[in-house]
Design a protein around this ligand. Sequence first.
Ligand SMILES: [Zn+2]
Length: 193
Amino acid sequence: MIMRIFCSLLVSFFAAAVFASSPEIVDYTSQIKFGHQVKLSRTVDVIVIHSTYCTEGDPYNVEHAIAVFRQYKVASHYMIDRQGTVYRLVEEKDIAYQAGRSVLPQNGRKMLNRTSIGIELLNSPTDPPTELQYKSLVDLVKDIKTRYPINYIVGHNNIAPDRKTDPWLFDWPKFNGMMHEMDQNASMAVIKN
Ligand SMILES: [Zn+2]
């Protein structure tokens, strides 16, 4: 019995690790004709985390948020709604206009749109990201890491401190803890098997 419980634990750890790297994604790329530059491929090693919300109507309506992006001719690669659903707006190989004028504090690199993938969380300066958003974000970041050697995960405010304050109310220790937790589960499944 103990062995059976142990095995089912292993299976659930393994399943968590597998599903963690395969988030369900709603593909909106065919509707987004603005805010990005199409490329055949590019070098990516940065993930930029943002927050956004709509000041009129439902603050967290995805279609509305995209309409505002269209107006300003900007876009991010991904948007995560309050329920944790992930929407792909721009292909990862394409340059999305999400970072703007920016500098990576670690090494002074500029024009970070070229080398980054942008992820928008739908939340406001008074409304922190939901648990479901953190979970999906961690899944998505881990998924991206299987395709690109990510060296830097930064907030928009880290790379444009004079202009930007997002991601708002973002709990970095919580996010880093969740990233680490899932790493441990993944390696545990591999070692025990
Ligand atoms: Zn931003």
